[in-house]
Structures are given as C-alpha cells and as structure tokens.
Design a protein around this ligand. Structure first.
Ligand code: ZN
Length: 334
C-alpha cells in the first residue's frame, strides 16, 4: 500500500528512507515550519522501519506492527516530548533506561519533539549518546527553532530543512481536502504563510471567524483613530496568525493603491482595504509593515519576554505611525 503522506512531505519521506536504507545516518534533525505534519512524516518512517511487508519505500499499513505503531503502542519506539516533566527527571536516565530495555524487534527509535527546549546539559548528554550510538538505534529530533540548539549537537545530526513548499501544490491539496473554491483556498494559503494544514484548520474551524472579527474591529478602530483597542483582540497564542492578518491587509491596501486588483488576497475585506488605502499614504503603510516586522523579530526570537508590554508598545507605535507623527524608522525608497 502506498503511504498516505501529505504531498508536500513525500519528497522528504523518500529522502529519509533512502538514507536509512544505506545506513548513512542514525541521528536526524528535522527543522521545519509549524503545522507541516512532521509527526505524520515520522509516523510513516516508523512504519517503514518496522513493517513486516515493506516493498521498496512503502509499508503495508496492515500488519500487526503497522497497526501497533498507528495506535502508538509499539514497544521499541520512544517519543519524548520535552516539557517540565522531562526536565525534572534527567534526560540521561530516561535515555539510559530506554537503551537498556530489551528490544522486541531489530531496532529502536527515539523521537524527541521540540528539541530546542533541551538544556545545555541535556544537549551534551544526548551528544555523548549520539557520538557512540547504541546498536540499531535511530534518533529523530524535531524543531521549529533551530537557532536554539547548541552547535556541537547540531554538528552531529543530519539536518533536513523543510520549508519553501510550492504554493500551487498546497492550494491544490487544500481544494481537494475542503469544499472551498480556488479563491478562498488561495487566500487561506497566503494568510497561513503557505502552511497547508494551518490553512485547512483555518477554513474549517474558528480561525476564519476570528479573522473576520479582527478585521471588523480594525475597520472601526481605524475609523475612530483608536488603534490601541485592538490590543484586546490579539491573542498571544495566535500571534503569527494575527501578524499575517496585519501584513496581508496592509499589502492589499498598497496593491489597491497601485490598482493591482487581481493580486488582492483578502477579497472579502474590500471596505477595510479601501479605507486603509484612501486614508494613508503609501509610505505610511510601508512604515507600518516594517514596524510590525520588527516587532515579530523581537517576539519570536527572544524567550520569556514580557509579551503584553511589547505588544502594547508596538500598537502605540503603530498608532503614531498612522498619525504620521514619527519619522525615526529608516525606510528604503519605494
Ligand atoms: Zn506493515
């Protein structure tokens, strides 16, 4: 049976299987965007490793082992999700225990999610284990923040980067997996930063409603010149989503100014787009985008910051920019 992997991950599945076949690497780090379905990729690899009827790069998805792996009750697979529980215990003890437990099959797999959360001590422990790998044990590590992994550990891992997936492919997949038309799927892919699983979630769940509510709010606040109130609408957990809402609507307003109507993404938000493009100069809109980008950089790269405070600062800054009062942001000529 062919594996049922998301189309954008197939290439990486094949690559990893090929590597494992040749026994080139036993420790692999997957560095990717959120919401690309990496757990499913690893699940497929696990099945391929243990399946009783593999044919080339395919597993059967029917044998006992495939079934146990699907149900997440297979003995020789250890999924470690880093959290406080793991931190209180000692990673070394945990891995030691895993490695000492007798194997039921020929191999063992250790899968560490969110490996950017490994402390220096834990990283060094893992490094030692990986440098002298126990027989037939394969390590998979996953991260969305590769910068936070210490370089000595990175240097021992084979890194697979999963980004820049083709937009058209994603739109096609979304069309097939939802009942929405091309324009709406295209819109969702754009807003989700080209992450199809997130786009699907957005179309089928609450996020589309949240988006509408946010834009409705933004419309009113811009009219009243009281941007500060949107502070209460932006939720920390969904910050990347809200940032994309802000970027796309601002870019749409510039496109509207330039009469590039066919390139507008938020086609259902014409009123808001027209309001922004009529009310603000192009330069002011660009400045707005840049200040939000700066904010994003600060928010996403620094851990444990006072999020509420810097969001408040940013909104105040934006309000000033929109009132055309600050000129201290260096801007390339556009
Ligand atoms: Zn099987």
């Amino acid at each position: 049976m062919k594996n049922e992997l998301y189309p954008w991950l197939l290439k990486y599945y094949k690559k990893i299987v090929k590597m494992l076949k040749k026994r080139q690497h036993h420790s692999i780090l997957i560095n990717s965007d959120n919401n690309l379905g990496i757990n499913k990729l690893i699940l497929n690899i696990k099945k391929w490793i243990f399946c009783e009827n593999i044919k080339k790069e395919y597993f059967c998805n029917q044998c006992t082992k495939c079934n146990l792996i699907e149900k997440n009750i297979f003995f020789d697979i250890y999924d470690l999700k880093l959290s406080k529980i793991i931190k209180v215990n000692n990673l070394r003890e945990i891995i030691k225990k895993i490695l000492l437990t007798p194997k039921y099959s020929k191999k063992k797999i250790v899968y560490i999610k969110n490996s950017e959360l490994l402390t220096k001590l834990e990283s060094n422990t893992l490094l030692k284990i990986i440098e002298e790998p126990p027989k037939n044990t394969i390590f998979f590590l996953q991260t969305n923040k590769i910068k936070n992994i210490i370089s000595t550990l990175k240097s021992r891992l084979y890194i697979i980067n999963i980004f820049n997936i083709k937009k058209n492919k994603n739109i096609k997949w979304l069309l097939k997996n939802t009942n929405f038309n091309y324009k709406k799927c295209n819109q969702a892919i754009e807003i989700s930063n080209n992450v199809p699983l997130f786009a699907k979630k957005m179309l089928l769940g609450n996020l589309w409603k949240i988006r509408k509510y946010f834009y409705k709010n933004l419309f009113e606040k811009i009219k009243k010149k009281q941007i500060i109130d949107i502070l209460y609408v932006i939720k920390k957990k969904l910050i990347v989503f809200f940032l994309n809402l802000i970027y796309t609507i601002l870019l749409d307003s510039i496109k509207y100014k330039k009469k590039m109507f066919n390139f507008i993404i938020n086609i259902d938000q014409k009123k808001l787009i027209i309001l922004i493009s009529k009310k603000f100069k192009k330069k002011i809109i660009y400045k707005s985008i840049m200040s939000w980008m700066q904010f994003e950089k600060n928010v996403l790269n620094i851990n444990r910051i006072n999020y509420e405070l810097i969001l408040l600062e940013q909104i105040l800054k934006w309000e000033k920019i929109l009132k055309n009062n600050i000129n201290n942001i260096l801007l390339p000529e556009v």
